[in-house]
Write a protein that binds this ligand. Structure first.
Ligand SMILES: Nc1ncnc2c1ncn2[C@@H]1O[C@H](COP(=O)(O)OP(=O)(O)OP(=O)(O)O)[C@@H](O)[C@H]1O
Ligand SMILES: [Mg+2]
Length: 159
């Protein structure tokens, strides 16, 4: 399943995050790719808002992982950007305890920890900045578990 959605501003991206969060389950992993400033953290803020995270969600670039427990479902926000040059054998920082844990995990820059991820099982989101400075979200999954999310997105965005 694959769907493309364009957001014209930050607020529309937050809204998209809220819709995604409304159809996500415990143990799921969302991978978020896209250039610097594409809107990965903005989307995460929308997801966190809907899950009920009370703290401000910031880009965790200087922390690899931030955990939020104030929400109904814990949110684990991982930014793998700084793991780019870390050798594989040193990269095992216990991410697997978070991934497939008791909450929802969101991973920015998943390509830097791809050896720990099963891309057949995640909700994958790629964000592109288009010529009008809009954000084009390509949301895809190989797993049928996400079909209710895709149906919801089709309905809301009239696709
Ligand atoms: N449609 C849009 N959706 C999201 N953000 C937008 C949009 N249009 C403009 N912006 C701006 O783009 C920036 C997105 O920043 P954000 O931190 O979400 O990006 P990021 O992908 O997490 O970057 P990084 O790789 O540095 O962590 C914000 O300053 C936001 O105001
Ligand atoms: Mg970010």
């Amino acid at each position: 399943m694959e769907i493309k959605i364009i957001t014209k501003n930050k607020e529309e991206t937050l809204k998209l995050g809220e819709i995604i969060a409304s159809k996500i389950f415990i143990g799921e992993i969302i991978t978020l790719s896209g250039d610097l400033g594409a809107g990965k953290t903005t989307l995460t803020k929308g997801i966190g808002k809907k899950l009920g995270v009370k703290e401000e969600i910031n880009s965790p670039t200087f922390n690899i992982l931030k955990c939020y427990f104030s929400s109904s479902i814990p949110l684990y926000h991982i930014d793998a950007y700084r793991l780019e040059d870390i050798p594989r054998e040193n990269k095992n920082i216990g991410l697997e305890e978070v991934i497939e844990g008791d909450g929802v995990a969101i991973i920015e820059w998943p390509k830097f920890i791809e050896e720990f991820l099963n891309f057949d099982d995640v909700l994958d989101i790629v964000i592109k900045i288009n010529e009008n400075n809009e954000r084009e979200f390509t949301i895809s999954s190989k797993n049928e578990r996400f079909s209710s999310l895709f149906n919801e997105l089709k309905e809301v965005y009239k696709l």
